[in-house]
Design a protein around this ligand. Structure first.
Ligand code: 9PG
Length: 520
């Protein structure tokens, strides 16, 4: 165990090797920077007091690091920072995987994997984070090259209601809008685990990629290769490939698509071969922009074929997939534990999903869940991960331009567009059929513009000649008390009921069908 006095770091940053490290604070902090585990998990400066455990618990494996969620004190993955009354910050951050930081009387770091390097610095927020990112870049690698491709992605308009004919029509109607990639999201596959075209894509995946390429763009595809549902052929045929705990029970990877999810043991040699073959297959179909999602499944706690720390195992698996897909593919990670993926992907989603609404009362106040898809949640966390920008392309998720199927105000849509400029990563899912003439030309303009970006404060930017202030988006909701808290507990409990979740899913599918029938 290593203990540092404040005087050791007051004037100069340090890198120290330790399994456990404690850093003395010079005074009471006024803010705490918590950094969540994966793309969708909360990252934010907050008051230095614990926040409620997000509900429902069935989602924990897919929204945060379930191993640490019940800690009674402040904690975060790999790094933590505190801000003092004079505006200076103190940051403690691991330069390795499998480590976390907590705040009690001191800032403390613990590694789950033996001795690791720790970065400690005090000073101005921007320079401290910049130095930390540079130190991470040296150890994990920097992958940012050129400018990020401009992406049209099918998810945030059609969700799973995609099919060959609908997509072909959209690709045609996008006309000469300057997209570099047309990316097919969730909805093309037989099942989660069975990565073959389903009945909605009778001409097959190669034909789909060819169609995209015929428009002069790169073909993009979504897959969630490290998880599967029990209903999948993969799970039925290879139950021995899935991660189990010490007691031999399957480890839960959470719940989505109306089903429980399970994670592959990526250290199993047969799983590795299967993943390599899958990456090669996708490339052979003609896709060279890969959005690999739900990747946290590769880093859940469990008893692995190869006994190694869980995030190190995940990093090794990412390396294998990266090699198999080839260096010329553009690789976007999503739902990914942040540090273990650095240096291995071109781009990373750094916040929760946006949505055509701002915030839901149920999610924000009753469930107190800042991870659930929603535009406010997405902007908040993305803003707190901008420090990753020197290392790789950072994906803030899509911006909206259409107002037809959208509950966001004009100002809220502008915030998303401005965030895309700040991240220098532009994407949308807007359907050409939904765009008014003016909206289409705004989208065109957005895709063509590369404004000069200058950060002027924690949440303020100059974007060319405009000043943009995101501060109003960042606070967390007030912690519910009294009747609201009680109501929240009931809603959280209901949210954990498998049958209710399934019913909710069926209702949502019906809504989606209606939405789709309005499109064409
Ligand atoms: C496809 C989508 C899109 C999207 C991804 C991911 O329950 N959840 O917290 C949850 C979060 C994100 C999510 C799904 C569920 O979306 O981020 O862009 O590809 O999968 O299913």
């Amino acid at each position: 165990m290593t203990s540092l006095q404040f005087s050791d770091i007051q004037t100069k940053s340090q890198i120290i090797k330790a399994k456990e490290i404690h850093v003395e604070l010079p005074s009471q902090p006024v803010k705490y920077y918590r950094h969540g585990w994966q793309s969708w998990s909360l990252a934010a400066w907050t008051d230095p007091s614990p926040i409620p455990v997000p509900k429902p618990a069935i989602f924990h494996p897919l929204q945060l690091d379930a191993e640490h969620v019940h800690k009674k004190y402040l904690h975060g993955s790999w790094l933590g920072a505190v801000e003092f009354a004079d505006g200076n910050i103190l940051l403690l951050g691991a330069l390795a995987t499998d480590a976390n930081v907590s705040l009690q009387d001191q800032l403390s770091g613990r590694s789950e994997a033996g001795e690791v390097e720790w970065f400690i610095a005090f000073g101005k927020e921007n320079s401290v984070f910049e130095e930390y990112a540079a130190a991470l870049g040296i150890r994990f690698g920097e992958t940012k090259k050129n400018i990020a491709p401009r992406v049209w992605c099918s998810w945030y308009s059609l969700y799973t209601a995609i099919d060959e004919q609908t997509l072909y029509k959209i690709f045609d109607d996008l006309g000469d809008l300057p997209f570099d990639v047309l990316q097919v999201d969730d909805g093309w596959q037989m099942d989660i685990g069975d990565w073959e075209a389903n009945a909605k894509f009778p001409s097959g995946m190669k034909t789909l990629a060819d169609k995209i390429k015929s428009t002069g763009r790169r073909a993009g595809l979504w897959l969630a290769p490290l998880i599967a549902t029990k209903s999948s052929k993969l799970f039925r045929e290879h139950p021995d490939w899935f991660l189990r705990n010490e007691a031999g029970k399957f480890v839960s990877a959470g719940f989505n698509w109306g089903e429980r999810l399970y994670a592959l043991d990526t250290t199993h040699p047969d799983v590795t071969s299967w993943l390599v073959a899958l990456m090669k297959q996708v490339r052979a179909w003609g896709f060279d922009y890969l959005k690999l999602d739900f990747l946290f499944g590769g880093a859940l706690k469990g008893k692995r074929f190869k006994d190694m720390p869980r995030e190190a195992a995940y990093r090794e698996c990412l390396k294998t997939m990266r090699e198999a897909m080839g260096a010329d593919a553009f690789f976007l990670t999503c739902g990914t534990p942040i540090l273990p993926a650095l240096g291995l992907c071109d781009a990373m989603r750094i916040g929760p999903d946006v949505a055509h609404f701002w915030e839901k009362y149920r999610d924000a106040y009753l469930l107190y869940n800042p991870t659930i898809p929603g535009t406010k949640n997405a902007i908040r966390t993305t803003l707190h991960r901008l420090w990753l920008k020197p290392l790789l392309h950072i994906d803030p998720d899509v911006a909206y331009f259409e107002s037809k199927a959208n509950h966001l105000t004009h100002e809220q849509r502008l915030l998303l567009q401005n965030l895309a400029y700040v991240c220098e990563f532009k994407a949308t899912s807007d359907l050409p059929q939904w765009l008014g003439k003016e909206e289409r030309s705004q989208l065109d303009c957005f895709l063509n513009l590369n404004p000069k970006i200058e950060q002027t404060g924690r949440y303020t930017f100059r974007i060319d000649d405009c000043t943009v202030d995101f501060a109003s988006v960042t606070p967390l909701p007030d912690v519910p008390t009294g009747l609201t808290a009680l109501w929240g507990r009931l809603v959280g409990w209901l949210g954990d009921r498998y049958l209710l979740l399934r019913m909710y899913k069926i209702l949502n599918l019906a809504k989606l069908r209606k939405r789709k029938s309005n499109i064409l």
